[in-house]
Design a protein around this ligand. Structure first.
Ligand SMILES: Nc1ncnc2c1ncn2[C@@H]1O[C@H](COP(=O)(O)OP(=O)(O)OP(=O)(O)O)[C@@H](O)[C@H]1O
Ligand SMILES: [Mg+2]
Length: 269
């Protein structure tokens, strides 16, 4: 098919209003250009997947949106707010929450304490300080919300157990519970299916749908698990070598030769 980006776009069933808009995003790490002039949008109420081979720049895009890295160029807007003018600490208050590619839980804290941390976001050593401060301010409310988030995953029974020693699939669910305790409008998930078994992946897909349909949460999903991506996504954006490659409905993107080429080329080199 002779199509050039972005003419392969099929906005198809995309109906929601624009919630997140990334425009001309460029990120460099020294001499490495991780993202070059990347643009894409996420609509209110959809599950939008960001896919691409290893090193394509997916996590870097997440890090730019959540203000962990400073772009060399480009703008990121969320519901009328220019995120590129804001700090990482503002994100939770604006209604954006994320998980990390590698688990970022505190093993010594209880399950519910780990979830409570999510209400105030932040990162690094300030996590615990923020949690303690927040807990003093509205301990009961926060605990109730954290418990409710855990119950969404059927984890109420282990709320007061320490995180250490729990199975990996459970830890991933706790991380998800933590990401939604702040009641985000946009939830950004970086490889939530990694390391999960078949049944857990199916459960994750159902959870994402429930979060979208019942909680009204818009989801931006980075994922290598193609069956999951094609199953749950309303829209797919593919990157390759830091550039936008193709975007459209799951069916359109899946059938696009450029995507197939990008994955085959990547695994062969
Ligand atoms: N902090 C950093 N310093 C230097 N280079 C980096 C940094 N973070 C990412 N990169 C580089 O930027 C490019 C994009 O990396 P990124 O982690 O965004 O890819 P990805 O699409 O998330 O890959 P994966 O699927 O393997 O997680 C890679 O070449 C990577 O080595
Ligand atoms: Mg990554």
């Amino acid at each position: 098919m002779e199509t050039t980006y972005p003419s392969a776009q099929s906005e198809g069933s995309r109906t929601g209003s624009q919630l997140l808009q990334v425009e001309g995003l460029t990120v460099r790490f020294g001499g490495v250009t991780a993202l070059e002039d990347v643009s894409f949008g996420v609509r209110q109420g959809e599950i939008c997947a960001l896919i691409g081979p290893n090193g394509a720049g997916k996590t870097t895009a997440f890090n730019a949106i959540s203000r962990f890295v400073r772009p060399a160029a480009g703008t990121i807007d969320f519901d009328g707010t220019r995120l590129t003018d804001r700090r990482a600490a503002d994100l939770i208050g604006l209604g954006i929450s994320r998980t990390f590619q590698n688990l970022a839980l505190w093993p010594a804290l209880s399950v519910i304490e780990n979830v409570m941390v999510g209400a105030h976001g932040g990162g690094g050593a300030s996590f615990v300080a923020q949690m303690v401060g927040a807990a003093r301010r509205s301990e009961r409310d926060l605990r109730a919300r954290a418990y409710a988030a855990l119950e969404l995953f059927g984890l109420g029974e282990i709320a007061f157990d320490p995180c250490s020693g729990l199975p990996y699939g459970t830890l991933k669910q706790i991380e998800l519970a933590r990401a939604i305790v702040s009641r985000p409008r946009l939830l950004m998930l970086d490889e939530p299916a990694a390391g999960l078994n078949h049944g857990e992946v199916r459960e994750l897909g159902e959870t994402m749908r429930r979060l979208r349909d019942e909680e009204g949460i818009t989801i931006l999903l980075v994922e290598h698990h193609m069956a999951l991506v094609m199953d749950v996504s309303d829209y797919v954006v593919a990157l390759d070598f830091g550039r936008g490659l193709v975007e459209g409905t799951p069916a359109a993107v899946q059938a696009d030769e450029r995507l197939i080429e990008a994955y085959l080329g990547g695994s062969a080199s």
